[in-house]
Design a protein around this ligand. Structure first.
Ligand SMILES: [Zn+2]
Length: 225
């Protein structure tokens, strides 16, 4: 790929697959080894930019950035960090829609390594199994904490929940701001990107409308992102 193609792909936020593209040896090194190596690489970037790393304010930055990448922003790359998604028998026989809304999205664009912030709304219609409510939030957080493309994030959460819950009747809406759109490139400060993915009963527009009605009832006035 030449530099023009690289720019084009980034500005159009094209994703290549539903799975996050990972190397086969992605987790052969320990987190501490990765932090040590990234610290060195980031020092080089800062030096290349002309920054004086002997300055007290800057000297710790490479370590802070490396630790933030491995332990915070991108912890969701490692399957070992996936939350345990225990489900329970649907003993009370609740068979109507359940909506978990205004779930925080804190992610990063894989094309520019800049933040994607917003909210997600998830709905499902239980069959035999139900899931603890906070587990949905944890699953959203897990998939968000990777270099991401919003469409893929939406699909990864949807397919995982469908598998975990044993039903296709799941819907997810994500509305988010991309810093790579607001602070560089087109520099649009107000635009939001919304992605919607669903399956099963949600293919029916009446069922989707019931979900949209719920999320509109409790929509925050603004996203505060
Ligand atoms: Zn981007």
């Amino acid at each position: 790929m030449d530099n023009n193609q690289i720019e084009l792909l980034g500005d159009n936020h094209v994703s290549t697959s539903v799975e996050t593209p990972l190397r086969p040896d992605a987790f052969e090194k320990s987190d501490s080894e990765k932090i040590k190596n990234i610290q060195g690489h980031f020092s080089n970037i800062m030096e290349e930019l002309g920054l004086d790393l002997t300055d007290d304010s800057l000297s710790g930055t490479p370590y802070r950035v490396a630790k933030m990448f491995v332990k915070e922003l991108f912890y969701g790359l490692n399957p070992e960090n996936k939350p345990k998604l225990s489900t329970f028998e649907n003993k009370y026989g609740y068979k109507k829609m359940l909506v978990e809304q205004n779930i925080t999205i804190d992610s990063s664009c894989e094309h520019h390594f800049l933040p994607i912030t917003g909210i997600a709304h998830v709905g499902y219609i239980p069959k035999d199994r139900v899931i603890g409510l906070s587990k949905i939030n944890r699953l959203v957080a897990y998939y968000s904490h990777r270099p991401q493309v919003q469409e893929r994030l939406c699909l990864q959460i949807l397919t995982d929940l469908q598998e975990t819950l044993g039903t296709k009747d799941v819907i997810i809406v994500i509305s988010a701001k991309h810093l790579c759109v607001s602070s560089r490139g087109i520099k649009d400060k107000n635009s939001l990107t919304t992605t919607i993915e669903y399956g099963g009963s949600f293919d029916d527009i009446a069922v989707r409308n019931e979900f949209y009605k719920q999320i509109n009832n409790f929509q925050p006035n603004n996203l505060n992102v």
